[in-house]
Design a protein around this ligand. Structure first.
Ligand SMILES: [Zn+2]
Length: 274
């Protein structure tokens, strides 16, 4: 079925649904996320995983499984692409890595999903302010991400190997500063959920270096990332997450649900873009 026809049907159901059932039925239909490329078992695992993570999914239009044999993308883990699907800001979240590979633990897929969901809710896009509970909250996280970019350039202390790789691309002019910051915010969210201890260590190492080398004013970011996540949860469908305490409990539950294995025990896989 072509997109246009399917979209027409969706809208049609939306409108008749509004008349017949009332409530949020029309929204449920309109915001339905399309899954493609998965076996039924994989689809239900991914759906369940995204639900467990609990980040806002209003911007998700499609989730696709691409596999990692696409030419030139062998190292990709995932992508987020905004498409002009229906002139909204919704887009496509793709997973590349083998979901059945016993050598690739579930936590690796968790990292990818959180990272891409962070892109889907990017603070660099003003239209996402509603998901942060307002423009001020969105701007605060955008500003923080830019500050981390500044501190990274000054210290050369990176959040993870992918971050270091992006810095090389920034230096060689392959990406611009906005792309660098966009990736940083996604890495911050990813690490806050999957490896908070590591995030704290990087924060401490950056600040230490800023002070010892006299590199200018240093910035703490751990709590700011936590607050951005609280905002995303609180305003994006998880009102029970009211503050950092509830955030910590939720994140712990998510990580335990994915059989967390420390990133240090895995192959460093870091090349993914978009
Ligand atoms: Zn990314």
């Amino acid at each position: 079925m072509t997109f246009e026809i399917r979209e027409f049907i969706l809208l049609h159901i939306t409108m008749s649904g509004a008349e017949n059932t009332g409530g949020n039925r029309e929204l449920d239909v309109f915001f339905k996320v399309e899954y493609s490329g998965f076996t039924p078992r994989q689809e239900s695992w991914v759906k369940n995983s995204i639900r467990k993570i609990g980040l806002p999914t209003q911007n998700l239009r499609r989730v696709v499984y691409l596999g990692n044999d696409i030419d030139g993308r062998e190292d990709w883990l995932g992508h987020w692409q905004r498409r002009n699907f229906d002139e909204t800001h919704r887009g496509e979240l793709a997973l590349y890595k083998n979901l059945e590979d016993p050598n690739l633990p579930e936590i690796a897929h968790l990292e990818t999903m959180v990272h891409e969901l962070a892109h889907a809710n990017s603070p660099l896009r003003p239209e996402n302010s509603y998901n942060y509970g307002g423009e001020k909250n969105r701007q605060r996280f955008e500003h923080l991400s830019r500050e981390v970019a500044r501190q990274t350039k000054a210290t050369k202390v990176f959040l993870n190997p992918y971050h270091a790789h992006l810095y090389q691309k920034l230096q060689s002019g392959e990406i611009d500063d906005d792309v660098f910051v966009e990736e940083i915010q996604a890495i911050l969210v990813e690490l806050r959920v999957t490896n908070p201890n590591h995030l704290r260590q990087v924060e401490a190492a950056q600040i230490r270096k800023m002070i010892m080398r006299g590199l200018g004013s240093s910035v703490s970011f751990f709590d700011g990332v936590s607050d951005a996540l609280v905002n995303l949860y609180k305003h994006g469908g998880n009102p029970d997450i009211k503050g950092r305490v509830e955030l910590e409990q939720h994140i712990l539950k998510v990580r335990n649900g994915f059989g967390a294995i420390p990133a240090s025990q895995r192959e460093p896989s870091f090349l993914q873009v978009a």
